[in-house]
Design a protein around this ligand. Sequence first.
Ligand code: SF4
Length: 703
Amino acid sequence: RGDSHVADRQVDSVCPYCGVGCQLTYHIKDDEILFVEGRDGPSNHNRLCVKGRFGFDYPRHAARLTTPLIRRAGVAKGLDPDFDPAQPLSHFREASWEEALDAAAGGLTALKAERGPAALAGFGSAKCSNEEAWLFQKLVRTGFGSNNVDHCTRLCHASSVAALMECIGSGAVTASFMQAEQADVVILTGCNPTVNHPVAATFFKQAAKRGTKLIVIDPRGQALGAYAHQTLRFTPGSDVSLFNAMLNVIVSEGLYDQSYIDAHTEGFEALKAHVAEMTPEAMAPACGVSAEEIRQVAREYATAERAMIFWGMGISQHTHGTDNARCLISLALACGHTGRPGTGLHPLRGQNNVQGASDAGLIPMVMPDYQPVSDAQVRSAFEELWNTELDPEPGLTVVEIMDAVHAGTIRGMYIQGENPAMSDPDLDHARAALAKLEHLVVQDLFVTETAQFADVILPASAWPEKDGSVTNTNRQVQMGRAAMPLPGDAKPDWWIIQEIARRFGLAWDYGHPREVFAEMQRGMPSLDHISWERLEREDSVTYPCPADDAPGADVVFSDAFPTASGRARFSPTVPLPPDEPIDGDYPTVLTTGRQLEHWHTGSMTRRAKVLDDLEPEAVASLSPGELRRLGLQPGDALTITTRRGSITLGARADMLMPDGMVFVPFCYAEAAANVLTNPALDPYGKIPEFKYAACRLTAAAAT
Ligand code: SF4
C-alpha cells in the first residue's frame, strides 16, 4: 500500500447498524474513513460482520444531502419514478438554514395554532443517539404539546416490550447474549442471528462448541442449525400453540421449579389450569411438528441447570406477538431460568439504538425509562424537570398515526431518520397518508422515499460524524465519537431539533450532546452512575449500574422483579390464527425481514459500495420445490401478490425455506416488500404482522 492508504488518525466509536453494538475504530486519512477495524468491546471482542467492516462509505455517497431543500411550488407529493435522489433540484429548491428552519417549524406551528396539538406527530429514529432521541421526544411533548411520538420500535419489538413490562416490570433484556456461553441450553426462536445479529451469532456458535445445547425453533432453517442440538421447524403462525404445549409438558411432568415459583412469581396455578388441555398431542397437528419433538424440547429446556431464551421479530411481528413473548416469559419463570448467570430472557434488539431510543422516551404511551404518561406523579416529575405542562393522554403509535392522517386528525409531521414510505405495512396506504399531510418535515441523510413527500428536507448527520451515546441489546450504553466532518451545510441532528424547538418558543440552549446527557441522567434512573465522562473513559457501561466505580449488571432480577409486588407474573395465552390465513386464492405465506448485507430500508447500505456490490438486486427466497412448482429457475422474475398489491423481483432458491413460504427483504424500493404486508396490529404492542401475510406466487411472464 502507498501513503494514500496510511491513516493519519484513528477514532474509536460503535457500529451504526445492528443492536449488537460492536465497538470499532475508524482509520482516517484527510478526514475520510479509509477502513474500519473491530475493537475489543464487550459485545464483539474485536469481531465485526460485513456491514460493520465494509458499510462505512455511505456518508460520502454522491446523493448525500448537503443543503436544506424546500419543495418547489406546484410539484405534487409522491414517488415520481423519474426522480433522481442525487439530483433533487427538479422537485426541490435549495434554501438557507434560516429559511428552511423557518419554513419547517412555521408549517408545524401554524397547524398547531389552527388545529391544536393533536394535529401534529413526530417519528424519531433508532439510528440516532440517545441524546437526539431525548431531544426529539422532548420537542414533541413540550413543543407540539402531545405524546404523538413514536419510532421503529413499534415495527420491531413493541410486543416483546409490552409482554416484558406486563410480566416482569422491565422492557429490557434480563441477561446479555454473552451469558449464552454459560448456559447449558439456549433456545433461539423467531430469530436468525447469523443474518441479523451476526456477531452475537458468533457467541452462540462458541457456546455450542463448548457444549451448550442450541435449540433452534423457527419455521425457516438457518445457518445456526448446523450448530444446533435440535431444531423445530414449525408451521408459521402456530407459535402460541407450540409454546403452550411445551408449558403443558413442563406442568404435567412436574418439571417446573416450585421453589423459584413460590419465591418470585404469581399466577402459576392459573397458568397450570390454563395449559392443562394443551397437550403436545392436541397441539402438534397445528404446529406441524411431532408431539415427541415438543416433549423433547420442553424437557431439555426445563431440566437444564441454566438456560436462556433469545427471540427476534419472528416472535414479535405477529398479531399475537405479545402472546408469543408472554409464553416465552412463562417458560422461563416456570423453570426458574432468570436471575442467575447463564439464564435469562433476551429479545435481540434490531437497530443499533432501538434500546436507547426506547429508554429515552420515543414511545407514545411512556415517558423516558418507560414511566407511563398517564401517571400524574410521573408527569409531575417531568413537568418540574422541563418547566412545562404535559399532556396526560398517551399518543398514537406509528400505524395509528398514518390512520389518523387519513382521518384528517393529524395534519403535520416531523420525521427524523425514519423511512415509513418503505418501512410501514401496506405501503400504498402509508404513502397516501404521507401525500395527504399538509406539512411534512423530513430530516435525513438522503432524499429517501419518505423525503420525496416532504415540504422541507433538513440535511442531517451520519453516525461517523457525531458524538453521542447509544445503547445496545445488552443494555450497554456506549460512546460514539465523531470521526469526520459534516459535508457541506449538513448539521448535527441535535442542533436541528434544537432550532425547531426554539421556533416553537422553547428556550433550549444545549451546546453539546454531553449537556443533553446530563439532563437525561436527571430524568432516567437507569442512567444512575453512568456519566458522560465515564462513558468517554470506559466506552461502555451496562445499566443498571450500582456505583460510579462498579460495573453494571450483566444479569438482573436475582432477588426481585421491578413490579409492584416484586414478583413476576404468568400471563396465560390463547392460540389465535394469523390475521390473514392462507386460502385457495392466496395459498402461500409471505414473510419479510432483513438481509445480512442490507440494513432495513436500504437508505444507508444500498449506498455503501461493497454491500451494494454483494447484494445489488431485489430477490425473493423460495424453496427449490416451490421454484419447480412455479416452473421457475433461480434468477427468473417472480410476481408476489397479496390483497394489498403486487411486486415483481428475482427468485432465489433457498434450501432453508420451507415449501409454502416466500421470504422478501424490505430494503429494495424497486420491489418494496411492504406494498404486500398486512397492517393488522397486535392489540397490545400495536405491531403489524410483518411475518405472515397470505400471498399468491406467479411466474412474472404469466401475470
Ligand atoms: Fe455492526 Fe451488528 Fe455487524 Fe456488529 S454485528 S458489525 S453491530 S451490524
